[in-house]
Design a binder for this molecule. Structure first.
Ligand code: ARG
Ligand code: ZN
Length: 892
């Protein structure tokens, strides 16, 4: 085939054109569908030739005259033909976003050839190079950077993909499905052809080529089929795949057991890559993972990393049904697959680890980060109505709030009906691209529950607030509980309608400490019930109560709302001891600590002496001295709310007061309860060989939480304990905990040698070096910015690697509030400078890392002005749609 570029008129975009939003209400089915896609890649770093044959026909619902439009960006078109006939100039049109054929036949075989440049692809969307290895990321709209195609999830085709590459530098050539042919070619090249028999949207396409090695295992499905499981990594990481493989097998068995879902191809592959924008991607049969989301080794990964890997491996695997077999009609439906799949992975992790701890972790993260998103300028409904850049909508709202909605459905229906609804959804829509209504309709159908009002959860942004109050009527032995709901306005949604909110409650007897029998309107409901709050305000009267109760509300976080109740501190101390709901017991402790923190924050602001609330100290003493059967929950109970969590609860964030107040609580507890913490530390010091088991993780959790209290005083004995642990520990959890405490203390004499030793020992391992960067830049001492600047010049730092950017810049801006919010504005300036550079290198990462600056409304006037000035400086640049959309909202 001659290589001469063909002529095509390229339309010039008007210079001042601003990115335009896409609206859900404008959805139209595609004009043409693709039944089969044949791809051929001739791989070369700077000029990869992609040949495509698309078997297309007009969509039955399409108006006859509609032209054929194919998305395509950054492609250099070399050839185009229909049914074997080369197209002439004038028969098609190319601009920077698409290829248009005005008068196509009703059925056609479209052939194109394009050249693309993976080596210069720093956005990491489409086909790019990572460490010399070719890989792809197509969700949401990356496939259009590979070839001309209707790049939308409602176009589903079978794929046949031939990958050609240099046999020596690219010995492994992977794509979706099953390998059907392979062979040698001239010039030292070789090829493999892959066939994926399951129709899929192009966002699930994947290709990987490079010097990779595999670990292989097998899984026998419930129906007796043998599946080959492979994890492909660079050779030095072969010893870090065991946990991911074990997690995969356990997820496969769980999905069969729990949802009746079996895997559907003969092989399932996972590949680890170093440069990846997100955690991982569920491409059909060939999941591509950020190496941080798949590789673990006791010496290099913490317990948290082990658990994260388990959850993400399961998440991507579960997508094979919730996402791939049944996919989204359009990207507004993103939560259809993500919310459901997050709910599935959360349930899996809860089942295989400690269920209450999993819930506590998920909810404290949710209340910190999703609540903040839902209260900020980028707040959006779980199903947005418009977007400029879909890449900006892979958010906590779509994922985590979406999962909370599915959890509410499970709770409303009960597991059995929910499972029936899920079965109906998978069977009715298998092989289709559908909507959130389709999913909810299945749930309504099997349960006969009216979910009309419930649908508002998908369309209304913002966190609903419930104000509750209650009174015990001694004369009538009745408890009167009033619940009032309100959702605050969010951008573009000034008025909100009442939601259908399930509130799980119990009434704990103040004399007995037991859950009381609940009687409502003469009906006996047992010891716990779910109230359906649908109105703005509802009052319920529980009768036949022999003693006055303390209400335990929103048990298990039964709805993603803020619930306020005027608890006294005695009530909270009581619930902390007696609540039968483990989650609410933890929550009572959090609320009690928060009340004390509020006082201390006020004291700090007013320059008054801080006094520790003795009730908190006594509650902690109780936790430390009572014998416990659940170490995992105890470790959570002893953990103080993070500064970010505290900030989220304040009307205005005062970073210095929050830091000082939290520090004060920690040191006060450590001073009074020093012996108890020391005993706890000694009783839980790791001895056994490392295993990521729930039991060991709980034990290390207790050991390290105890050490963190002891170290808050920084006396010689505590420092010596931390130093000993740093030197003696053989697992990263204990090493990193000790290192962090040393580096975050003011004891540079010991921290510096420890850091140096750590950095030298692990210089070869990028995932450990990420931790080395993070530990330093989250240091609360006042030299943190200088540290960040210095480390940005470190030879191991690169703005092109998203993990490094997150480890250094993301950790500094997100987890070091006192230094990021320095009053000289240096923290803000540093972040803005990085955003401006990333805007051209990697817009998706730029638009994410900017988040802390967009939250300016939450701070004092001086900081607001500094933050806005940086946003305006960014706005003056020539912006990617990603950054443009976020900055516009932040400054609106
Ligand atoms: N579907 C992937 C997951 O949830 C995430 C893909 C995100 N892609 C993106 N460009 N933001 O596992
Ligand atoms: Zn997902």
């Amino acid at each position: 085939m001659p290589d001469s570029p063909i002529s095509a008129e390229v339309e010039i975009k008007p210079v001042d054109a601003q990115p335009q939003p896409v609206y859900l209400k404008d959805y139209q089915p595609p004009a043409f569908r693709v039944s089969h896609t044949e791809l051929k890649f001739d791989l070369a770093p700077s000029a990869t030739r992609v040949s495509a044959v698309l078997h297309m026909e007009r969509h039955p619902d399409s108006a006859p005259g509609r032209p054929l439009e194919l998305d395509g960006e950054r492609l250099s078109l070399k050839r185009i033909a229909i049914d074997g006939q080369e197209l002439q100039a004038g028969e098609y049109r190319v601009d920077e976003a698409r290829l248009t054929i005005a008068e196509p036949p009703e059925r056609l075989r479209l052939e194109t050839e394009v050249d693309i440049d993976p080596a210069s692809n720093t956005a990491l969307e489409g086909l790019y190079l990572s460490n010399g290895m070719f890989c792809t990321q197509c969700e949401a709209e990356g496939f259009r950077r590979i070839t001309y195609y209707p790049d939308r999830p409602d176009v589903m085709a079978t794929f046949s993909t031939t990958v050609i590459g240099d046999a020596e530098t690219l010995p492994v050539l992977l794509s979706n499905g099953n390998p059907v042919e392979r062979g040698e070619l001239p010039d030292g090249k070789h090829f493999v052809t892959w066939e994926d028999p399951h129709p899929k949207p192009c966002y699930l396409f994947a290709l990987v080529a490079g010097q990779l090695e595999k670990v292989e295992d097998r899984f026998t499905t419930a129906s007796g089929r043998e599946i080959t499981l492979q994890i492909w990594v660079e050779s030095e990481n072969l010893d870090k795949t065991e946990h991911a493989m074990r997690s995969l097998k356990s997820a496969m068995a769980w999905d069969e057991r729990t949802y009746g879902r079996e895997y559907d191809l003969d092989r399932f592959m996972i590949v680890a890559v170093n440069d990846f924008n997100m955690g991982a991607m569920e491409n059909k049969g060939l999941n591509i993972f950020n190496s941080a989301a798949v590789l673990t080794h006791p010496q290099t990964a913490t317990d948290a990393a082990f658990q994260r890997v388990e959850g993400i491996v399961a998440h991507e695997y579960f997508h094979n049904w919730s996402g791939n077999r049944v996919t989204c009609r359009d990207w507004f439906q993103l939560s259809l697959k993500e919310g459901f799949t997050v709910f599935r992975d959360q349930s899996f992790s809860a089942d295989v680890n400690s269920a209450p701890v999993k819930r506590i972790e998920d909810v404290s993260f949710f209340r910190t980060a999703q609540f903040a998103e839902d209260a900020g300028p980028t707040a959006h409904p779980v199903r947005p109505e418009y977007y400029i850049e879909i890449g900006n909508f892979y958010t906590l709202t779509i994922y985590e709030k979406g999962a909370e909605i599915v959890r509410m459905l499970r709770n409303l229906l009960g597991w059995d009906a929910f499972r029936q609804g899920s079965d109906l959804y998978f069977s009715r829509f298998d092989g289709q691209a559908v909507t959130i209504e389709d999913f909810v309709a299945c749930m309504a159908e099997v349960s006969a529950i009216d979910l009309g009002q419930f649908m508002r959860w998908y369309s209304q942004a913002g966190t609903p607030e419930i104000d509750a109050h209650g009174e015990y009527d001694y004369a009538n032995s009745a408890y009167r509980l009033t619940l009032r709901q309100r959702t605050p306005p969010t951008p573009g949604q000034p008025d909100k309608q009442p939601l259908h909110i399930p509130v799980r409650i119990g009434l704990v007897g103040t004399k007995s400490g037991d859950d009381l029998e609940l009687t409502l309107d003469g009906e006996r409901l047992g010891k716990e019930c779910v109230l359906h709050l649908r109105e703005d305000e509802q009052t319920l009267v529980f009768t036949e109560l022999a003693e006055a109760p303390v209400p335990s509300l929103l048990r298990g976080f039964s709805a993603p709302v803020k619930l306020r109740f005027p608890y006294g501190r005695e009530d909270l101390a009581f619930l902390l001891q007696h609540d039968s709901d483990g989650f609410n017991r933890w929550d009572a402790g959090q609320r009690l600590t928060m009340l004390a923190l509020d006082d201390l924050i006020a004291a700090h602001r007013n320059g008054v002496e801080k006094v520790m609330d003795a009730r908190v100290t006594e509650a902690f003493r109780g936790l430390l001295t009572a014998s416990t059967d659940d170490k995992a929950v105890l470790a959570e109970m002893l953990t103080l709310p993070s500064e970010a969590y505290i900030a989220e609860q304040q009307p205005m964030v005062d970073v210095d007061a929050i830091h000082a107040a939290r520090d004060f609580v920690k040191r006060s507890l450590a001073t009074v309860l020093r012996n108890e913490f020391l005993t706890l530390y000694r009783a839980n010091q790791s001895q056994a060989d490392y295993a990521p088991s729930a039991e060991q993780i709980a034990q290390r959790g207790l050991q390290n939480v105890a050490l963190s209290y002891l170290m808050s005083i920084e006396d010689d004995e505590a420092v010596e304990l931390a130093r000993e642990q740093f030197e003696a520990a053989r697992n990263m959890t204990d090493v990193r905990a000790a290192l962090t405490l040393l580096v975050h203390s003011s004891r540079g004499d010991i921290a510096d040698p420890a850091l140096r030793a750590f950095g030298e020992k692990w210089a070869h391992d990028p995932l450990v070096m990420d931790q080395w960067f993070s530990v330093q830049v989250t240091r609360p001492q006042s030299d943190a910015i200088e540290r960040v600047k210095y480390l940005m010049g470190h030879p191991a730092f690169s703005l092109k690697n998203p993990n490094r950017v997150r480890a250094l810049i993301g950790a500094f801006a997100g987890q070091n509030p006192v230094n990021f919010h320095r009053l000289d504005g240096q923290g803000y300036r540093l972040l803005a400078d990085v955003v401006i550079e990333l805007n051209t290198l990697n817009p998706e990462i730029a638009a994410r890392i900017i988040t802390p600056l967009t939250r300016w409304q939450r701070y004092d006037e001086q900081r607001q002005a500094l933050m806005k000035a940086e946003l305006e400086r960014i706005q003056a640049e020539e912006l990617s749609p990603n950054v443009y959309e976020v900055v516009e909202k932040a400054l609106a």
